[in-house]
Design a protein around this ligand. Structure first.
Ligand code: ACO
Length: 317
């Protein structure tokens, strides 16, 4: 049994931080960030928690699906910037929505939302789950070192959500992990244990940009080829690709390697930056609401990130 998307939703906090704003804080420039990454501005939460942003995307997705929260059988949330380790982000959202279903979180960094969608499909295939809410929500601004120009210019805050149900839209799905803690990490920090003697990294994003870049280009190309093979189609048959919005150069390289026109790749990185697990659902929601999707369109979603990890799927609209 496959799944279908009943509704999508997204939310971006109000405050826009431009590259020029960041140039007042660290030694950088609009020119460097646009050329090397492709971001002009990103949204940053001033007073909203990750759960509050997640709730807004979830309500938008439920509205689009025409469902009330009580209809949900399961909530899965992907995040690396939950407000607390416990309760989970998904449990907080369940409480805020007034839903009564089980809820759990999943962490696979920027690939997290597509890991969660794959997990939702597995629960639906198991039977007994009619409506599953899948969320990707991040307040990355709270895990960034705002003095580190190599990371603080890249990320943004936001949330996205899908409501999925049994159906026939999902043609292929895959998840991938290549354990590596040197390319990209966010330490959980440490407490005042008088017993633990090892030093842990501080609670912030630490990234080897070039190592992550090479992994990203390789995975994006390979995952899209493998997904197409799984779905029994060729990459040329794809109408849209919704990639993780990490760097326009990564997406350009992938388009060239796959020999696909760049116009098929949906991009909002210039406005949103990299919102980690929220990146793919925010992008997909924008595309779905733009009116550009036609019935029967073949759409690949593909993400990569910390873990190292990658994930993707193909759906028939
Ligand atoms: N402004 C100006 N100069 C900068 C900045 C900045 N914000 N950041 C770095 N530089 C400088 C560096 O210090 C370096 O200077 P030097 O040559 O004098 O030493 C120079 O720019 C080049 O730095 P590189 O790190 O080599 O730059 P690169 O071209 O690799 O771009 C970037 C860096 C944008 C991070 C790129 O490597 C990248 O996009 N990597 C992938 C990131 C990614 O995809 N992450 C996704 C996963 S995120 C997740 O899972 C949470």
């Amino acid at each position: 049994m496959s799944i279908q998307i009943l509704g999508t939703g997204a939310y971006l906090p109000e405050k826009t931080v431009t590259n020029d704003d960041l140039a007042q804080m660290v030694e950088t420039s609009d020119e460097w960030i646009m050329q090397r990454v492709g971001i002009r501005e990103r949204r940053v939460s001033v007073n909203e928690t990750t759960a509050e942003m997640a709730e807004k995307a979830a309500r938008n997705a439920l509205d689009a699906a025409g469902l009330e929260p009580e209809a949900l059988d399961l909530i899965i949330a992907a995040t690396v910037s939950s407000d607390s380790i416990c309760p989970s982000l998904s449990a907080r959202v369940q409480m805020m929505l007034g839903a009564h279903c089980p809820a759990f979180d999943l962490n696979s960094a920027c690939s997290g939302f597509l890991f969660a969608l794959d997990t939702a499909a597995a629960f639906i295939a198991r039977g007994g789950y009619q409506h599953v809410l899948v969320i990707g929500a991040e307040r990355l601004s709270r895990v960034l070192d705002w003095t580190d120009r190599s990371t603080c210019v890249i990320f943004g805050d936001g949330s996205g959500a899908f409501v999925v149900a049994p159906g026939e839209q999902l043609l292929a799905s895959r998840i991938y992990t290549q354990g590596n803690d040197s390319a990209l990490s966010i330490s959980a920090g440490q407490n005042n244990s008088p017993f633990f003697a090892r030093e842990l990294a501080p609670y912030k994003v630490v990234m080897n940009g070039q190592e992550t870049f090479k992994f990203a280009v390789r995975r994006l190309e390979e995952d899209i080829k493998l997904l197409c093979a799984q779905a029994g189609i060729t990459p040329e048959q794809l109408d849209w690709i919704v990639p993780h919005q990490a760097n326009t150069r990564i997406i350009d390289l992938c388009a060239r390697r796959l020999k696909l026109p760049i116009e098929k790749f949906y991009m909002n990185i210039e406005r949103c930056g990299n919102t980690s697990s929220a990146s793919v659902p925010i992008s997909f929601d924008e595309l779905a609401r733009s009116g550009k999707l036609k019935k029967g369109d073949l759409i690949a979603m593909s993400a990569f990130g910390g873990g190292l990890s990658s994930a993707g799927c193909i759906i028939k609209w």
